[in-house]
Write a protein that binds this ligand. Structure first.
Ligand SMILES: Nc1ncnc2c1ncn2[C@@H]1O[C@H](COP(=O)(O)OP(=O)(O)OP(=O)(O)O)[C@@H](O)[C@H]1O
Ligand SMILES: [Mg+2]
Length: 355
């Protein structure tokens, strides 16, 4: 990555953008057009995108539609092509084939127009350590040619919005990981982008930091920003995204709402936790007689788990049979499969990959 003096990498990207694109005029034009962009149905529209690194395809016929004003989760294992997709959509990388439109504009033909309408938060925090949070935001604003007063106003508004108002004067090196990411998000919003790309926005954060970032993303979406979020944290996509695309080997292997994905791999599961270790095998035999598939046994938690077809009938029957056999149960519950289970199924079974 090209670096400008001591500025961290995102500044270089931002600076390049600003040198290339931004003028006071561009900014006012961009703001005027934001309404049109929001009105278009698809904030992101991608068909058959291809990108090779030497012989190896990173994107291999990637398709994606993201309606404006929604959060879309791009889920996939390491090397699936998530970052490559985001970099093409953010005009940082040229695809070898296929079409991609962001905010209604072709990323290959109109990259400058696209850049005026997007924000990007990469995997690594890109704010200056020594400066305070507020000074960081003001500096971003100035990079985008906002006037001093406007930059200050925007910084204060964003600090408030991301719960950083009290910390605005503190140097960033004293911030927690969650605070840094929120500041990163704030910095990417200086220009009110119509579409925001978040590449693994909570990687490396503890649960509290993740919750803080999630809250920030929800606030953004409530404001009308479209978000494309890549993540390996499946609960993150479940929490934030209205639709999810599961990516593997550079193409979408499954897509839908979190609930649709979960039900696609076999509906509900029944979990039985027995009171005594000695009853585990007997309980598994009972569940096996009633459930749809082979039960999984988790001895550490004294739990038997299996997929079921008719949830209520299965639950009633399991309870009844366990009772007649005198097996004491600590807990019994029906649940939808977790996204982790969905994800493993969809990316590991070759037959399903083709569909
Ligand atoms: N600059 C590059 N040169 C060569 N190969 C690359 C380059 N960037 C990515 N790749 C390869 O392209 C494929 C997709 O990589 P990409 O970074 O898009 O995956 P990802 O889904 O973002 O993975 P991760 O979850 O690890 O971030 C991988 O096989 C990767 O090794
Ligand atoms: Mg990546």
């Amino acid at each position: 990555m090209i670096r400008f003096g001591s500025l961290p990498p995102l500044y270089s990207v931002v600076t390049l953008y600003s040198v290339e694109l931004y003028s006071r005029r561009a900014y006012s034009v961009r703001r005027r057009e934001l309404g049109d962009v929001m009105a278009s149905d698809l904030a992101v529209h991608v068909t058959g995108l291809r990108k090779r690194y030497r012989d190896k395809p990173a994107l291999d016929g990637f398709d994606l539609d993201v309606p404006a004003g929604t959060v879309h989760g791009l889920l996939g294992p390491n090397g699936a092509g998530k970052t490559t997709a985001v970099r093409v959509l953010a005009t940082l990388l040229r695809a070898d084939g296929g079409k991609a439109f962001v905010a209604g504009y072709d990323v290959a033909r109109q990259p400058a127009v696209v850049r005026e309408r997007i924000g990007l938060v990469g995997q690594h925090a890109a704010v200056d350590e020594v400066l305070g949070g507020r000074d960081n935001l003001v500096m971003f604003g100035r990079l985008f040619h906002l006037g001093k007063r406007e930059a200050g106003r925007r910084a204060d508004h964003l600090l408030e919005r991301f719960g950083l108002a009290d910390a605005g004067g503190k140097p960033v090196k004293q911030y927690s990981g969650g605070m840094r990411r929120r500041l990163d998000l704030a910095a990417s919003l200086i220009l009110r982008p119509a579409v925001l790309f978040l590449d693994e926005p909570t990687s490396g954060l503890d649960p509290r930091g993740r919750n803080e970032v999630w809250a920030a993303v929800r606030a953004l979406v409530a404001d009308g920003t479209t978000v494309l979020l890549t993540t390996q944290y499946l609960d993150e996509a479940d929490q934030l995204a209205s639709r999810i695309s599961v990516l593997d080997h550079g193409r979408v292997v499954a897509g839908g709402t979190p609930d649709e994905l979960k039900s696609r791999i076999g509906g509900d599961r029944i979990d039985v936790i027995v009171r005594a270790d000695a009853d585990l095998v007997a309980a598994a035999a009972v569940v096996k007689g009633i459930a749809e598939g082979e039960p999984e046994i988790d001895p550490d938690n004294r739990r038997v788990s299996a997929p079921v077809r008719d949830r209520v009938a299965a639950l009633t029957e399991v309870v009844r049979v366990l009772d007649t056999r005198g097996i004491a149960v600590e807990d019994i519950a029906l649940r939808r499969p977790t996204l982790d289970e969905v994800f493993l199924r969809l990316t590991e079974v070759p037959d399903e990959r083709e569909s």
